[in-house]
Design a protein around this ligand. Structure first.
Ligand SMILES: [Zn+2]
Length: 220
């Protein structure tokens, strides 16, 4: 499978709408999904997706589900919801492990790749290629909207992994920030997941350090 027809819908989701519950700053759907955990891998991680309802809210804000579909999903049986939630969280761990290690130039864990492959195989069985305006896009059975959530996330990850843009996946340079992002800047020197948050904190820290050291041009 050298090529993919996935549309990489997440590439269209950029910017941080402060009115939203979740942040979308990575420039890629799969990376934004991975970023729903803060301080990933630390002794004190914070997970934005604690429940199935959180996952549905995230999916709606990501544009993967319409409100009607979200309500339909929430009417499912608890046992089924639990199963789907657990499966999607495992997908998130695999996506994070793959891109985190790739961004740091480290070996991608085989188990993570195997898990992503499992999801790829699974979601593709329910996917069809359909025309979408002048282009084409993968679509999933409307009766199983949850499959679309996992399908879009999986395809976003696979699309990025099989493209030249993979070299532009970065981990935020912010202190204690474990978020990942796709650097689409012209010079390829973007360092922070979000300039307003991590970027400004880093600049303020630099300013204070230079000031304390009595260096000129503090904060530049
Ligand atoms: Zn950051």
């Amino acid at each position: 499978m050298a090529t993919t027809t996935c549309q990489g819908v997440g590439d269209l989701i950029v910017g941080w709408d402060r009115a939203m519950k979740f942040e979308f700053v990575a420039g890629n759907l799969a990376l934004d999904f991975a970023n729903t955990v803060h301080n990933h891998g630390s002794s004190d991680p914070q997970d934005d997706l604690q429940t199935y309802e959180d996952l549905m809210d995230w999916s709606r804000q990501a544009g993967l589900l319409k409100e009607r579909k979200r309500r339909e999903l929430q009417s499912k049986k608890p046992a089924q919801e639990k199963l789907e939630f657990a499966g999607t969280m495992k997908l998130r761990e695999a996506v994070y492990a793959i891109f985190f290690n790739r961004a740091r130039g480290q070996r991608v864990p085989r188990e993570a790749l195997q898990r992503l492959n499992w999801h790829l195989k699974h979601v593709m069985t329910g996917a069809t290629l359909q025309s979408a305006g002048k282009q084409f896009a993968l679509a999933w059975e409307a009766a199983v909207p949850q499959q679309r959530v996992r399908g879009e996330i999986t395809c976003s990850a696979v699309s990025l992994l099989t493209s030249e843009r993979l070299d532009r996946v970065r981990q935020c340079a912010g202190e204690n920030c474990t978020w990942l992002f796709l650097d689409t800047s012209r010079n390829g020197l973007r360092r922070w997941c979000d300039m307003q948050a991590c970027g400004n904190r880093a600049k303020m820290r630099s300013f204070r350090q230079r000031k304390a050291a009595g260096l000129p041009n503090a904060g530049v």
